[in-house]
Ligand binder design. Structure first.
Ligand code: NAD
Length: 248
């Protein structure tokens, strides 16, 4: 995959799959703009891949998203790829999900994708080309216990992906979603009621047909494919990268 001369904005690029995607774009010759609310981790990834200063803020804030796209244009004069990887999880059923948690998950996971995508599409439409890859989830496709706000948010991401793909197909913009299964990132280990032990990780791995968790780079490679011209006939697709989880 060759992204020489292409500019990719990646949200959530300070950690996990966003960071893995930033590394892969960089290795493929692309210019990466890192967007994340965690300034310290974002600066580490930026230094590692020699990207410009990260844009630190909350993707759930529409004004921040518009500014992130404007700064990208000021720096690079173009925007070819947007990857929406920023996301959060609350592990609770409805009875244990507060109004604040519900609003927070929807704000980051749904509004964040919408605000960043709307800002990017404005620019991509003028350019006559562009690609967006959203992070959906297996939990956007099938249900799961104890993650109701997260499931709702990822279902919405899948539908934003389909609706925007159709709206902007004539603008030369392709919009797809990658839907990971169980991936070994800080999020996988966060917000759990029991301690994260090797036994817990093994139990999680055993829920997956391949019998193991994914490494972030295994998802990042699919993101790069979807963002590349190799995926020229793909838009509005939900691409499961889940080792067979949703095949059952
Ligand atoms: N880990 C999994 O098993 C899994 C499975 C399916 C989908 N996903 C999705 O993949 C994406 C990446 O997840 P990950 O596992 O790499 O998580 P992660 O926690 O390692 O990384 C998420 C990043 O998003 C950033 N972020 C969170 N809220 C933000 C906000 N409001 N504004 C800007 N940045 C913000 C965090 O600072 C962090 O750097 C998420 O959308 C997640 O929902 C994860």
């Amino acid at each position: 995959m060759d992204f020489t001369g292409k500019v990719a904005v990646i949200t959530g690029a300070a950690s996990g799959m966003g960071a893995a995607t930033a590394r892969e774009f960089n290795a493929a010759g692309g210019e990466v703009v890192i967007v994340d609310r965690n300034g310290e981790l974002a600066a580490q990834v930026a230094a590692e891949i020699k990207a410009g200063p990260p844009l630190v803020g909350n993707v759930g804030d529409s004004a921040f998203c518009q500014k992130a796209v404007k700064t990208t244009l000021d720096r690079h004069g173009r925007l070819d790829v947007l990857v929406n990887a920023a996301g959060i999880i609350v592990r609770a059923d409805a009875l244990n999900t507060s109004d604040e948690q519900w609003q927070r998950v929807l704000n980051v996971n749904v509004s964040g994708v919408f605000y960043m995508s709307r800002a990017a599409v404005t620019v991509m439409k003028q350019q006559g080309q562009g690609a967006i890859v959203n992070f959906g989830s297996i939990w956007g496709e099938v249900g799961a216990t104890g993650v109701v706000a997260y499931c709702a948010s990822k279902g919405a991401v899948h539908q934003i992906t389909r609706a925007m793909a159709l709206d902007h197909v004539k603008d030369g913009i392709r919009i797809n979603a990658v839907c990971p299964g169980e991936v070994n990132t800080p999020m996988l280990q966060s917000e759990r009621s029991e301690p994260v032990t090797p036994e817990l990780l093994q139990r999680l791995a055993e829920t997956v047909p391949m019998g193991r968790l994914a490494e972030p780079v295994e998802i990042a490679r699919v993101v790069l494919f979807l963002a590349s011209d190799a995926a020229s006939y793909m838009t509005g697709a939900m691409v499961n990268v889940d080792a067979g989880f949703t095949a059952r």
